[in-house]
Design a protein around this ligand. Structure first.
Ligand code: BMA
Length: 822
């Protein structure tokens, strides 16, 4: 035997003696067809029927032109998938063989060699089926036949005596945004959306490994692992957890083995801004005699999270304590990164989460109308110190609560909590998005003529699902202090004054209520979990809406179709009129609409942060998009930062100054999220747009840790002598933590800008220096690269260096003057 063959032989021996084998079936050749047709076509797994139809050139790309309309027929059809695979006689020797589907979207029948194995009805469940008796050595045919989720939902809806809002969406346990949202196309998919595998095992198998952390215990039992093992054969086994070796005796059936772990020397996992997100890897190995029969890897972080709610004179506090310290939450809301989620990549997840870290955030809310996210999402959050507010997947409707539905949800909760619970990033589990709000405030009962009994039933069903079944199932599966449950976000609708004195709050008076941005200064709740304003995607992404040459024109039907809010364009224009003007040029419109969004959000975030500790968190709506669209996102579908993401980064700086205008004064606040006192030497300079200093002052001193403090108040009469429409206030400190803020006194349309001469000098292939003679407001660098900063102001006679993600031949630049000059 030559060496290579010998090694291969030993390797095979090893694998066989390891006994537990996993084989990925996703990589086999798959085919699909419309159930009505005869011809099979190539398909991808994991995938969706829309992607397969696109790959086979049967439908156009629904993200382009007005194609969304052309693909609506797909949701009413039934779709078959199949593959043929071989199983070796060696593989067949295993006592147990399980066929595992990690996700099927949604109503399907699974057949193996013609035998019906299972019917499925929930996209969020994992299906594990013993198949040894159905497998043959040689060729096996695996078929999954999907029936239309829309039609299945319609059938289910018939069982309820009243009309449910947006029926039949809430009857199907399937990503709700696929039915269309105010930022998303209607693309109701079907398919094998997660990996499929065969698992071969003997004797016993590890089902889960849970890390249990006990906050109150100081000793070694601070951390232990619960290893759940299913044993087919009772007897003696050994279990290894890293270097801990333990002999165990298993009974037939489910066994839970507890292994304490001494945490001395381990460092805490800290959220972004508070230190390193320390993570530790553990390997759990189950052996029988000399044979390793199963293994599982987990990565954990040591941390405690508490949600504190205490009565106070204004209502009730709502804040997170992480590792014993109150933490001001800065972050955003996450929607699925694609309407066809199987094509999300690890790289896309990593980039978006890194983008939140880079913008000084520490929490992201996984919104309930999407999906329980892919493992890669949570891994990225763990590594970047981004806490997760995890909604269960229910949003903005009424939901049934018959026995079958409740049982289905129980299994879903069990599967998802089991999968996700070891992630240190997950801070809170929330029952749903805006369902309490929908039942209490949206008037559906009137719209659909509900009887008193119908209305009572809806509320009863709501209570059953979100106050009973889900929290109970969560508690059964998550016994440690990692179980923080919050039934609904928001807890109280924005029309009620209590929404600002307790619980979490979605404030939609801006946008939906069309109130001015300035109202954000008044509508500050204890924890703002949603608020937002739309802006256009970048020009680069707008161009991807077209299959052919882009026609960048506001009246173009393709452009219009990529705004899903019924009044979206009108609302943007209304706010543009108030604060800027409505440009007719496309590039200018795109630019100013982004500035408008960034401006609104700056006002909101600063108002929230100034109100610390009354307010202890701010999560804007929304981080990302699932296709190219005009939306509330700060990063567009292609991953480009809109003006708002650059602004979010500034507004979330650990040390921020903020100016609040009152009737008589300009009140200047300093907000610090740092845990140490801050030495400051603050310079206040009021200057005109040529750089002439009109007034200045300085003040030095210590600022307390983790505060928002009014540090100076300037009376308006003191500055009555200056033309503030031509002035900017610079607030800066060079000491300790450096910061700088520019404050303008008027709305952008009332600022009297003069024409700046902006120069760009190339420093190196991927670095440029921007300079200006007079003040340049909202400098926009245009080029197909990521700029380290963009949409920023530059003081007269100053310059700034910017790095580019890749070298560019040419960078164009405009500023607010170009739009507002006439
Ligand atoms: C919020 C969300 C979404 C919606 C957004 C903007 O309330 O929960 O349902 O997309 O408003 O309208």
């Amino acid at each position: 035997m030559n060496r290579t063959i010998l090694f291969a032989f030993l390797f095979m021996q090893n694998i066989l003696s390891a006994q537990f084998l996993q084989r990925n079936l996703s990589s086999e050749d798959w085919q699909f067809k419309n159930a009505k047709d005869q011809n099979w076509l190539p398909a991808k797994v994991p995938g969706t029927v829309h992607l397969d139809l696109m790959d086979n050139k049967i439908i156009p790309d629904p993200y382009k032109d007005e194609n969304e309309k052309k693909v609506q027929w797909i949701e009413n059809e039934n779709w078959d998938y199949q593959t043929v695979f071989t199983v070796s006689s060696q593989e067949l020797k295993h006592d147990n063989i399980d066929l595992v589907f990690n996700g099927l979207d949604t109503f399907s029948e699974i057949y193996l060699n013609g035998n019906l194995l299972k019917k499925t009805d929930n996209m969020f469940r994992k299906w594990s089926i013993p198949v040894k008796e159905y497998l043959k050595s040689d060729k096996n045919i695996l078929q999954v036949r999907f029936t239309s989720a829309v039609n299945a939902g319609k059938e289910l809806a018939k069982q309820v005596p009243f009309t449910m809002p947006e029926s039949p969406r809430s009857f199907v346990r399937k990503a709700q945004y696929q039915f269309g949202w105010d930022w998303g196309p209607r693309l109701v998919t079907a398919g094998i959306w997660k990996d499929v595998q065969l698992e071969f095992w003997n004797n016993a198998k590890i089902i889960t490994v849970k890390d249990i952390q006990n906050r109150s215990a100081k000793t070694a039992d601070h951390l232990h692992f619960d290893v759940e093992i299913y044993a087919q054969n009772a007897g003696d086994y050994t279990l290894d957890l890293n270097s801990i070796h333990q002999k165990i005796t298993l009974k037939k059936g489910i066994n839970t083995i507890t292994i304490p772990y001494d945490t001395s020397g381990m460092k805490l996992w800290q959220p972004n801004g508070r230190g390193d997100a320390n993570l530790y890897d553990f390997e759990v190995k189950l052996s029988k005699g000399q044979k390793n029969i199963d293994r599982k890897n987990v990565r954990i972080g040591l941390r405690t999270v508490e949600l504190v709610q205490e009565k106070d004179e204004k209502g009730k506090s709502f804040y997170f304590k992480v590792n014993g310290q109150p933490l001001y939450i800065k972050g955003t809301n996450w929607i699925p990164g694609d309407s066809f989620s199987p094509r999300m990549t690890k790289e896309k997840y990593r980039k978006l989460i890194k983008d939140t870290k880079d913008a000084n955030m520490n929490m992201i809310r996984v919104w309930g109308g999407g999906i329980y996210e892919d493992d890669e999402f949570y891994k990225a959050c763990d590594e970047n110190g981004i806490l997760v507010w995890q909604d269960f997947m229910f949003a903005g409707s009424f939901y049934p609560a018959d026995e079958a539905f409740l049982n289905n949800v129980k299994e879903e909760v069990k599967d998802q909590v089991t999968r996700l619970q070891n992630h240190p990033s997950i801070a809170l589990w929330c029952g749903n998005n805006e369902i309490d709000e929908a039942i209490v405030n949206w008037g559906y009962q009137k719209q659909f003529n509900y009887s008193k009994n119908d209305s009572l039933q809806v509320w009863k069903d709501y209570k059953k699902l979100f106050h009973e079944v889900i929290p109970k199932t969560l508690a059964e599966n998550l016994k440690s202090d990692k179980n923080i449950y919050w039934p609904s976000s928001p807890s109280i609708g924005w029309g009620h004054k209590e929404s600002l004195t307790e619980g979490d709050s979605h404030y939609w008076g801006v946008w939906w209520g069309e109130q001015p941005f300035e109202i954000y200064n008044e509508k500050v709740g204890r924890f703002m979990s949603e608020y937002g304003f739309q802006g256009t995607p970048t020009i680069q992404t707008t161009k991807t809406m077209f299959s052919g040459a882009p026609d960048l024109n506001l009246q173009n039907p393709t452009v219009k179709a990529h705004e899903k809010h019924v009044r979206g364009w009108d609302i943007i224009n209304e706010y543009l009129k108030r604060d800027y003007k409505i440009p007719t040029d496309f590039v200018q419109y795109n630019y100013v609409s982004q500035l408008l969004q960034a401006r609104g959000m700056q006002i909101a975030i600063e108002a929230h942060r100034r109100a610390k500790p009354y307010n202890m968190g701010t999560l804007y709506w929304q981080l990302n998009d699932c296709w190219p669209v005009v939306s509330w996102s700060s990063i567009d579908y292609s991953g480009n930062w809109k003006a708002f993401h650059y602004q979010a980064k500034r507004s979330f700086e650990p040390v921020l100054t903020s100016v609040a205008e009152t009737e008589k004064n300009y009140d200047i606040y300093l907000i610090s999220d740092l845990l140490k006192q801050l030495k400051t030497d603050i310079q206040f300079e009021l200057m005109d747009f040529t750089g002439k200093i009109l007034w200045k002052a300085s003040q030095s001193g210590l600022v307390n840790a983790d505060v928002s403090e009014k540090i100076r108040s300037i009376s308006k009469t003191e500055w009555a002598q200056f033309d503030l429409s031509k002035a900017v206030l610079k607030i800066s400190s060079e000491k300790d933590t450096k910061f700088e803020k520019l404050f303008f006194f008027n709305k952008p349309k009332d600022i009297k800008l003069s024409k700046p001469e902006i120069k760009i000098r190339k420093i190196s292939p991927a670095e440029i220096e921007i300079s200006t003679d007079v003040l340049a407001k909202d400098i926009y660098l245009i080029g197909d690269a990521h700029f380290s900063d963009n949409f920023f102001d530059l003081l007269p006679g100053t310059s700034k260096r910017i790095t580019l993600s890749k070298p560019l031949e040419n960078v164009e630049v405009i500023s607010l003057w170009d739009v507002m000059k006439n």
